[in-house]
Design a binder for this molecule. Structure first.
Ligand SMILES: *Cc1c(COP(=O)(O)O)cnc(C)c1O
Length: 234
């Protein structure tokens, strides 16, 4: 059985190789460790191996882990799961990043509920890049208006875009989906109504991070390759 520390090393190596193969600057792609369903002790092991950014999908589970790991103040928490609008307050209070904002109502609530003593909350807009019927994420055609509206919210910092492409497509089609997300970010960067750092493309997971990096990912969200297969029965 390989250890979490070994897995972090091998995923980091994969990221480095893909970054180099794409002719991009070493260090331009961050690793977000997706720790949904993992016990706090697994995150502690990852932190001991130098991994400090964690992505969580389920609010209560994340809050429990934050409490269990409160002795590690350097941890950075990213919310990456679907957001119920009545659950925004703890997200605004306890996370540094949210990757799954797909509607203005949620963005407004996060803005209003972000505590004054904290820096603005880092936001990625989730885009339904393959326009799948049952998927979360804003429709690509709605992105300009949503991003412009989020730009006007002072307690949010619009960092970029996130997508989870349809996994049941060919490698070429998957790469085309990543390419469309990268183009969508470029378009926002040129849009005078949209302001914010706009420096983040959150795309690529355990099975496809190389394709995502080839298309410009700046942050890959990796679970299985770090922690092993998930057991949802727990
Ligand atoms: C679970 C999850 C991941 C990680 O997927 P793996 O295939 O385990 O690497 C990435 N992003 C989101 C939004 C997820 O829910």
């Amino acid at each position: 059985m390989s250890s979490i520390a070994d897995n972090i090393r091998s995923v980091t190596r994969r990221i480095q190789k893909a970054t180099e193969a794409a002719g991009r600057t070493d260090g331009s792609v961050r690793l977000l460790a997706v720790s949904k369903t993992r016990p706090a002790e697994d995150l502690r092991l990852a932190a001991a191996a130098g991994q400090h950014a964690f992505g969580e999908n389920y609010l209560q589970e994340a809050l429990d882990k934050m409490e269990a790991l409160a002795d590690l103040p350097q941890l950075e928490w990213h919310f990456i799961g679907p957001i119920q609008s009545n659950k925004t307050r703890p997200i605004a209070e306890y996370f540094q990043w949210v990757h799954s904002v797909d509607r203005l109502k949620v963005a407004r609530r996060l803005n209003d509920q972000r505590p004054e003593d904290l820096p603005p909350l880092n936001i990625c807009v989730q885009v339904n890049i393959d326009e799948e019927a049952s998927k979360s994420g804003c429709h690509p055609g709605e992105l300009d208006d949503l991003a412009a509206a989020i730009s006007d919210l002072p307690r949010l910092s619009l960092r970029g875009l996130m997508a989870i492409p349809d996994p049941d497509q060919s490698e070429d089609a998957l790469r085309a989906s990543f390419h469309r997300l990268a183009r969508a970010l470029e378009n926002l960067q040129k849009n005078p109504q949209v302001t914010g750092p706009l420096d983040t493309l959150s795309m690529g997971m355990s099975g496809d991070l190389e394709l995502a990096i080839a298309e410009g990912a700046t942050l890959v969200r990796v679970g299985t390759a770090l922690f092993g297969p998930r057991d949802y029965s727990r």
